[in-house]
Design a protein around this ligand. Structure first.
Ligand SMILES: [Zn+2]
Length: 112
């Protein structure tokens, strides 16, 4: 079975991204959560090191969002950070269904 792809992306308010997926799911993402768990190399200097706390990115917004090939999204945040490539697998794993209470933080060893 192939990985679902996003069929639409929209912002709910200023701080929540909502992605609809080709398998019918709708998943929500807190932007501070996505930013704190940015997968790029500069944000992850050491394997397994704790990520920055979400609180460090309180109030962060999304400037733009671009598809990367057919497997990932590139997110550009309001703090100027734009090097994170969020694979669909990762996004599918960390999204919250509508109405779910987001966990306070993803575990530091979150990997997809
Ligand atoms: Zn990063």
């Amino acid at each position: 079975m192939s990985t679902p792809i996003p069929t639409s992306a929209e912002l709910e308010g200023e701080h929540t991204l909502v992605l609809r997926w080709s398998d019918g799911r709708t998943l929500w993402y807190a932007l501070d959560d996505l930013r704190a768990n940015c997968p790029c190399a500069p944000c992850n200097p050491e394997p397994g090191a704790p990520h920055a706390p979400r609180a460090a990115f309180d109030g962060i917004r999304l400037n733009s969002l671009d598809e990367v090939g057919t497997y990932a999204l590139s997110l550009k945040f309001s703090d100027g950070h734009s090097t994170g490539i969020y694979t669909y697998e990762r996004l599918l794993a960390c999204g919250h269904p509508p109405g779910a209470v987001p966990p306070p933080d993803m575990p530091a060893n979150f990997e997809v």
